[in-house]
Design a binder for this molecule. Sequence first.
Ligand SMILES: *Cc1c(COP(=O)(O)O)cnc(C)c1O
Length: 461
Amino acid sequence: MRAHEAGALHGDIGNRGPAWLRPPQDVNALVPQLWPRTVRRAEAGAVEIGGVSVLDLAAEYGTPAYFLDEDDLRSRCRDFAAAFAGADVYYAGKSFLCKAVVKVINEEGLFLDVCSGGELAVALAAGFPAERMGFHGNNKSVSELTRALDAGVGRIILDSFQEIDRLTALARESGKRPKVLIRVTVGVEAHTHEFIATAHEDQKFGFSLAGGAAFEAAIRVLDEDVLDLHGLHSHIGSQIFDTSGFEVATRRVLELQAQIRDARGVELEELDLGGGFGIAYTTQDDPSPAGDLAKRINKIVDAECAAENLRRPRLSIEPGRAIVGPAVFTLYEVGTVKDVDGIRTYVSVDGGMSDNIRTALYDASYSATLAGRKSDAPPLLARVVGKHCESGDIVVKDEFLPADVQPGDLLAVPGTGAYCRSMASNYNHVPRPPVVAVRDGASRVIVRRETEDDLLALDVG
Ligand SMILES: *Cc1c(COP(=O)(O)O)cnc(C)c1O
């Protein structure tokens, strides 16, 4: 937890919220960068997505529910594909995966990262071509590696010496020659506007660059005739707004690439710089458009290749959050409004940490708006909390809502497309909400609501 936010969470900033939070001029206004692209507030007051009112959506699908703006999702795929033309854009499936989204990713021509047998199964069930998939993970099982080989997954990203041995044995047995990348830990950890660059990195992923493990891994794989080494991979973090961390990471990875060339006379063809591009969760976040990111990253790669006298490798990136995060909002219904001793107003909704764990897990910030109607009431600083038996069950730490917010109101929380449904749990035996795609005035369920029967179906006894 970052220290400045810990204060806000534990109350020493009290009921004023974080220093940057100001009462809005118009509590009904929707800040465009926070919302899916087709979202607006209708004249009568209710928020609409894809031309459909949240009043109709709540009546049809209930709450809580995730609503996905399909045009928004597709436009973000296109933005990345166009901005990074000549590179391979892998959608990081762990951010949110279901068959309908896999189909969109496929139709938009993107590549797809999976990192478990389950994610691979969803991708294959949706007909995604295995050769356009990458398979990640620091502990892929023999069974997962076997399935990846059988399916013909396009890139397996190697993460340990044991995995090199395992995949070598499996490849020999099956007579296949998988294309692999080596995940390099470069000693750069990037978050938001800062990055930390050290010589070492204390984490479970990848081969250490500083300790020489990455070089050794590359040589081992090059010497293994059944593994086809295509390139190096680096992923430095998430919710990044500043590309300077990528600059250090790229320099370090390409230094390794030059070392490999000098040792073996091989210039690797690909360079995967991972994902982590930031999105707006609150008005404080100002993400760069894909075009700006691409310009900066391409410039960095060109400069570092020139410095090492390397041919430019084919670039890959792996955005997850930046593609699906802004395309979704969660719609809740307010159940209670509690003013606690004049300190803070708690607005309880019908979901919480089971559908959005990020506030509790990462101290993430979100925003919210009264979605079912407009209000002329003055702004009131509120904390939006869930219905779970945890005091840390917070959805939005601080937000100005109209002071007349009341039970039965609909509340929408934007930016919940990534790492919300995919990290959802059944805590307190609360069934997980559905995901509903909306487009051109029509809506369809793409992940149905879980039921109590679903929960009981697992309960043997
Ligand atoms: C999580 C992850 C990503 C995607 O991160 P986002 O923040 O969603 O863009 C990409 N690559 C790797 C290896 C990851 O682990």
